[in-house]
Ligand binder design. Structure first.
Ligand code: XMP
Length: 483
């Protein structure tokens, strides 16, 4: 039987370089990195943190959304926990704290100080025995109080003297009131006098620190969540939707399968208002079938990830740049953005993935060493590392079975697992904002080399050259002792 072979050679990141083009861009700040995650979700930067249990839970998703990207909360935990992680992100950045901490009017100054320190906050509402709000006590009220046994009632600002806000006001109104009265806290009461929350100057400042944050129509940070394709995953999706999730990601190694397509269809039917990302695929047919099933974005990458051994174990995969190029062409014809997932090691790789047509990139191990990724540091040979593991690795498989069965997995069952991923270590890299700053800075510079002010212009202008191993050697620092 003749071997069926595609005529063209498939390429990946290190096979090519982008050719510099005449540029009218005078500074890398003059480029715009805005893009689409999916049909209806826009991002200020084209970067997504991966749905892996060593990469994205609430802390990472919060940081990613603040910077203008987005995180996908992984699914290797109970439904309740995943929904709680989604909720943590959705509750973080409303400018009104809906359930502020409070203390009894008869409690002591000492107790108030303890509470403020415990929650690391600057003020507490004060309630009476009937749970009515009777005042507000702040660190300033307590600063020079020498009698730690005095009741809070005697040092608080009583309700009658409080400056307050009505529900539904804008962030600008709140800022103006805080400024005019030189205040840090503004309780929100409705006309009947019921408490609706507390506005704090600190929260407003935090919001203003991140002007490009990815937010929904109510001003809350956006977050995505991964689901599998078992019947129970519809319950998982429902819990995440209830918690306020903005997009659902069908997270399957071989996304071009009836099971994944059925799941995309079911999710779109049940939650038509939520964008659904389908994946992973590596061909134009895969993209088309996903879009016909209802996907609002398609994730591309089979075996490209740093911790993947799918290509070794199964013999399947398409080198990532060719896969993304082919899928992006199909995606563009169908009006659906493509996510390039896996294998990205540098900002140059991000520029290349976008240049062949992706709208965003998904990062796994590049972000796994940051402060915001789940897991503790480990020390090896005097250096600090964090763990990153493939979601089809041996230990991830065992842990998943344990979550599903609510018990430890019998060691004898370990031998039945056929892993398609590995567990590895990555160096500790500090706050994710520093890593993203470098990556996006490199991308911005890349856009200017292409003479492109936007990602859409990069798609138009990009031209690649194939390189040899000598060209690759020349590309890195070479023939010098790097320190
Ligand atoms: P990077 O290179 O950014 O890749 O670390 C992250 C992506 O790798 C995929 N992934 C896997 N692929 N076996 C695989 O073949 C695995 O166990 C595995 N775990 C994650 C996934 O697409 C992720 O976003």
């Amino acid at each position: 039987m003749a071997m069926k072979l595609r005529p063209e050679t498939a390429l990946t990141f290190d096979d090519v370089l982008l050719v510099p083009k005449r540029s009218a861009i005078r500074s890398r700040h003059a480029v715009n990195t805005r893009t689409q995650l999916s049909r209806s979700i826009a991002l200020a930067i084209p970067v997504i943190s991966a749905n892996m249990d060593t990469v994205t839970e609430a802390a990472m998703a919060l940081a990613m959304a603040r910077m203008g990207g987005i995180g996908v909360i992984h699914r290797f935990m109970t439904i309740e926990r995943q929904a709680a992680e989604v909720e943590r992100v959705k509750r973080a950045e409303g400018f009104v704290v809906e359930q502020p901490h409070s203390i009894a009017a008869e409690a002591t100054v000492q107790a108030a100080r303890t509470e403020l320190a415990k929650y690391d906050i600057g003020g507490l509402l004060v309630h009476d025995a009937n749970d009515e709000v009777v005042g507000l006590v702040t660190t300033r009220d307590l600063l020079f109080e020498v009698n730690a046994q005095r009741p809070v009632r005697e040092v608080m600002t009583p309700r009658a003297k409080l400056v307050t806000a009505a529900p539904g006001g804008s962030i600008d109104d709140a800022r103006a009131t805080l400024r005019n009265h030189r205040l840090e806290k503004l309780p929100v009461f409705d006309q009947e006098g019921a408490l609706h929350g507390l506005i704090t100057a600190q929260d407003i400042m935090k919001i203003e620190q991140w002007p490009h944050a990815t937010k929904d129509s109510r001003g809350r940070l956006r977050v995505a969540a991964a689901v599998g394709i078992r019947p129970g995953d519809l319950d998982r999706a429902a819990a995440c939707v209830h918690a306020g999730v903005d997009a659902l990601v069908v997270d399957i190694a071989h996304g071009h399968s009836d099971g994944a397509l059925d799941m995309v269809r079911a999710l779109k039917q049940q939650f038509p208002q939520i964008d659904v990302v389908g994946g992973n695929v590596a061909t134009a047919e895969g993209v088309r079938d996903m879009v016909v099933a209802g996907a609002d974005a398609v994730k591309v990458g089979v075996g490209a990830g740093s911790i993947c051994i799918t290509r070794i174990v199964t013999g399947f995969g398409v080198p990532q740049l060719t896969a993304v190029a082919e899928c992006a062409e199909a995606g563009r014809a169908l009006g659906v953005p493509i996510i390039a997932d896996g294998g990205i090691r540098t900002s140059g790789d991000i520029t290349k993935a976008l240049a062949v047509g992706a709208s965003t990139v998904m990062l796994g191990s590049l972000l796994a060493g940051t402060d915001e990724s789940p897991g503790a540091n480990v020390v090896r040979g005097g250096r600090r590392y964090k763990i990153v593991r493939g979601m089809a690795s041996l230990t991830a498989n065992i842990d998943r079975q344990a979550v599903e069965a609510h018990r430890e997995v019998d060691p004898e069952d370990w031998e039945r697992v056929v892993p398609e991923g590995v567990e590895a270590m990555v160096p500790v890299r500090g706050p994710v904002k520093d890593v993203i700053y470098q990556l996006v800075g490199g991308l911005r510079s890349g856009l200017s080399y292409a003479g492109a002010a936007t990602i859409a212009e990069l798609w138009e202008h990009a031209e690649f050259v194939r390189i040899t191993s000598a060209g690759k050697h020349e590309s890195g620092a070479h023939d010098v002792e790097t320190r």
